[in-house]
Design a protein. Structure first.
Length: 101
């Protein structure tokens, strides 16, 4: 009987350690979930860096089209590309892609 009284607290303590250990690894705020969240944070930071780079490129293009800093060469280049026309003083070289055989 005496050994059973000594065994019960030990078993309860072991069960508590197992319970808290399991939840420390697999729980909502456990280590494994923390690794998943860190991975999501890293992926989101990469997406953010890409979006910021695109935004910066668009700001540079928009700055060229503002009235106070209008780059006429850029406007002419864009108009030529969009309208598919050339100025009379321009030389146009038509390059055809090679025929795949």
């Amino acid at each position: 009987m005496r050994s059973l009284k000594q065994l019960v607290p030990t078993m309860l303590f072991a069960a508590m350690i197992a319970y808290f250990g399991y939840h420390a690894l697999n729980g909502e705020q456990g280590v494994l979930n923390w690794l998943v969240v860190q991975n999501q944070i890293n992926e989101t930071e990469i997406e953010l860096a890409s979006a910021e780079a695109q935004r910066q490129a668009l700001e540079v293009r928009a700055a060229r089209l503002r009235a106070d800093s209008l780059d006429l060469d850029y406007v002419e280049e864009r108009a030529t590309a969009l309208l598919n026309i050339a100025h009379p003083r321009d030389f146009v070289v038509d390059i055809e892609p090679p025929n795949p055989r």
